[in-house]
Design a protein. Structure first.
Lengths: 114, 114
């Protein structure tokens, strides 16, 4: 058996090893993403517990469901935190607005039930 | 000075104390929300570091930007985690789709630059 038959063709072998390494790296990154997502869901659950309590408090004391001045302060702060942690501040703001819209929607439903 | 002059009118006093207690409780809840939001932003930053790395890897190895089968598994898992932690699973799914849409948008920009 010649050496060429025994060993894989070098370029193909290197390419296969490279693809294998990429697949393994992808698996490790996905595992980290899954861990982070579990933490995010649990924190979101805790955040909703707080905002549900805020909603109940506001409904019981006839306070308005939304507070634009408070939201503006939150956005300014979250954009600063995003910049510090190298997250796109525009994404942080969009993300916050998405979560707040869900919360206000929830508060309004509570207020209507009250 | 009569007792009536010395003490606040009971109903008004009780209402004022109640309003004060509600305002203080609101302040405490908002402080918790701010702490949770800071943690969420930092975790999102870490998640984006992972997905940026996934994006680079996929672009370098000509892998497709999105992976519907993986996303379906993620949604199923996150809905289960949401239920366990008493978060609305429909919200968790909506939230995940929002984040994934941003990530895919980002991967596609990277792939186009490559």
């Amino acid at each position: 058996m010649s050496q060429a038959e025994q060993q894989p063709e070098p370029t193909t072998g290197a390419a296969a090893a490279d693809a294998q390494a990429a697949t393994e790296r992808l698996g490790r990154l996905r595992s980290s993403i899954d861990n982070i997502d579990a933490a995010l869901v649990h924190l979101l659950a805790e955040r909703f517990k707080c905002t549900q309590e805020v909603g109940r408090l506001k409904a019981e004391h006839d306070m308005p469901a939304s507070d634009p001045a408070r939201e503006q302060r939150q956005i300014t702060r979250l954009r600063a935190l995003a910049e510090e942690s190298h997250l796109d501040p525009a994404f942080a703001e969009k993300w916050f607005n998405f979560v707040v819209a869900e919360v206000i929607h929830h508060h309004e439903r509570l207020a209507n039930q009250h």
